[in-house]
Write a protein that binds this ligand. Structure first.
Ligand SMILES: [Zn+2]
Length: 48
């Protein structure tokens, strides 16, 4: 598995994947689970 967090965009320390529909931001961070690091979506910010 690649490190998905590295594919996320970063602005001002926030990492996110842009929503192609509404240009909002799906906010992501990294969590440890079973000894592996996974990317978790924890929030959403609407687009401008
Ligand atoms: Zn959207």
């Amino acid at each position: 598995m690649g490190n998905m967090i590295l594919l996320a965009d970063e602005v001002e320390g926030k990492r996110f994947f842009p929503c192609p529909k509404c240009r909002g931001r799906n906010l992501v961070d990294e969590v440890e689970h079973g000894g592996r690091t996974r990317v978790r979506v924890f929030g959403f910010e609407p687009g401008e």
